[in-house]
Ligand binder design. Structure first.
Ligand code: SAH
Ligand code: SF4
Ligand code: F3S
Length: 442
């Protein structure tokens, strides 16, 4: 049988990137191989996100384009997975007659079965069960790194029990469940044997890793075990909830040589009142203490964060408290979002919605402040020597190599093509808004 063509479009966060890799690997066993263009595909799979209104709209636009494409290619199969699939379930099948199957975040392993039913009986499929603390990855083959990748994601847990009042994730990814440590370690060993040099361990709240299955490793023990795997040179993880950022984890940054000096620690708001309404369970003061401890344990650690503006009830003084926190912490970079209502979350019930115009103005102001700080912090790298893991050629200039520092800064540098995965020492010559430029130290 000739191989069939699969196109996967991934929306949303790194978890979805990881899931897409596992889905591609699962479907490879059904004779599907990846293509770059939906118009040549036999199967188009959208791995969706519903964390905010914008990513959700992107999915609906893509579905609109696929309707047009399917008119020309009536045999094309369209499948939807990920968080929007989990959220909307059967409604997607009803609303979009050109969609053939919908699969939830914990039912990935049933995609092959849904395809079989479709091929054999022409039956449109739906599998969106979310119950229990079952590990959705347990029955899947490990992911393979895509062609030349030297960096890979590995999910170590699924779901979230925190129920921040704005967040859909607990409803679409289910209750928190950790993967078995041995499975994770075997998967990383397999990635390492295929040339992967850097792994990012993924979870909504990695620091509570392992707490659901007694006898397994805890997060710091898991980091230690990954540290022992030959071939892996760098370890990262995301995301950590400030409330659960333990002292042993903070100390690990100064202790484990492979653990990179970067942490993504979402703050969301600088106002104690808003944090409380967000159900974030820490105060701005507590967050600052964590930052102080991190910088003490690991001087030079880079810190990035997520911020929301326009959360229901956010007054001008709350917004200023966010701006003040940004000044105080001096983040290396941040992701900022305008609050949007998510179905079923507590915050949708809160009155005092912030008008769009005000939220937009706050977003612009916040981003302008961070741009200045990022610029200043990037400037401070000029003249410094850094270790860079080469990931390939630079996107902007194919004459140059691109890699990342341990602090997760992108560096472009001239010179002969270096193999992806090489580790080089560079001196930073110049800082830009979003990247650095270096030269090899010979
Ligand atoms: N698990 C991570 C974040 C997951 S979602 C954590 O604990 O922080 C990624 C980011 O999207 C969040 O950090 C938050 O800043 C943003 N976000 C989530 N829901 C949102 C909403 N309803 N409106 C605006 N931003 C939101
Ligand atoms: Fe969402 Fe909060 Fe869980 Fe992060 S910790 S995924 S923001 S509920
Ligand atoms: Fe989006 Fe789901 Fe990730 S909602 S941000 S894809 S966990």
């Amino acid at each position: 049988m000739p191989p069939k063509k699969l196109y996967i479009k991934t929306f949303g966060c790194q978890m979805n990137v990881y899931d897409s890799e596992r889905i591609a690997h699962l479907l490879a066993a059904k004779n599907y191989h990846l293509v770059e263009n939906p118009s040549e595909a036999d199967l188009v799979f959208l791995n969706t996100c519903s964390v905010r209104e914008k990513p959700e709209q992107k999915v609906y636009s893509a579905l609109g384009r696929l309707r047009v494409l399917k008119k020309k290619k009536s045999k094309m199969i369209i499948g939807i997975g990920g968080c929007l699939a989990q959220q909307e379930g059967e409604a997607l099948l009803q609303r979009f007659p050109h969609v053939d199957f919908v699969v939830g975040t914990k039912e990935i392993s049933r995609i092959a079965e849904l395809l079989n039913d479709l091929e054999a009986f022409g039956k449109r499929g739906l599998a969106v069960n979310l119950n229990g603390r079952l590990d959705p990855y347990a029955t899947l083959p490990f992911s393979l790194p895509s062609s030349s990748t030297v960096v890979a994601f590995v999910s170590i847990m699924q779901g979230c029990d925190n129920f921040c009042s704005f967040c859909i994730v607990p409803y679409v990814r289910g209750r928190e469940v950790s993967r078995a440590s041995q499975e994770i370690l075997k998967e990383i060993q397999s990635l390492a044997s295929q040339g992967v040099k850097e792994v990012t361990l993924l979870g909504q709240n990695v620091n509570s890793y392992g707490q659901t299955s007694p006898g397994d490793l805890d997060f710091v023990e898991l980091l230690k075990a990954v540290q022992e795997i030959a071939g892996i040179e760098r370890i990262r993880f995301t995301t950590s909830h400030p409330q659960d950022l333990s002292t042993p984890l903070i100390k690990a940054f100064g202790k484990f040589p492979k653990l990179c000096e970067h942490i993504h620690l979402p703050l969301q708001s600088g106002s104690a009142r808003i944090l409380q309404r967000m159900n974030r369970s820490y105060s701005p003061g507590f967050y600052l203490e964590k930052i102080r401890d991190l910088r003490q344990s690991c001087p030079g650690i880079s810190v990035t964060t997520d911020m929301i503006v326009g959360f229901p009830g956010e007054e001008e003084e709350d917004f200023h408290a966010s701006m003040e926190m940004i000044e105080k912490v001096q983040f290396d970079d941040l992701f900022s979002f305008k609050y949007s209502d998510r179905p079923g979350t507590r915050a949708t019930l809160f009155n005092e919605k912030v008008p769009e115009g005000i939220a937009q103005r706050r977003l612009v102001e916040l981003q302008a402040l961070q741009r200045k700080i990022t610029w200043k912090r990037n400037k401070a790298w000029e003249g410094k020597d850094v270790e860079v893991l080469v990931e390939g050629r630079s996107k902007a200039n194919p004459e140059e190599n691109m890699g990342r520092t341990r602090t997760n800064h992108i560096v472009n540098f001239p010179g002969k093509t270096l193999a992806s995965g090489s580790i080089v020492q560079l001196r930073i010559q110049k800082a830009y808004a979003h990247s650095l430029r270096g030269e090899e130290i010979l």
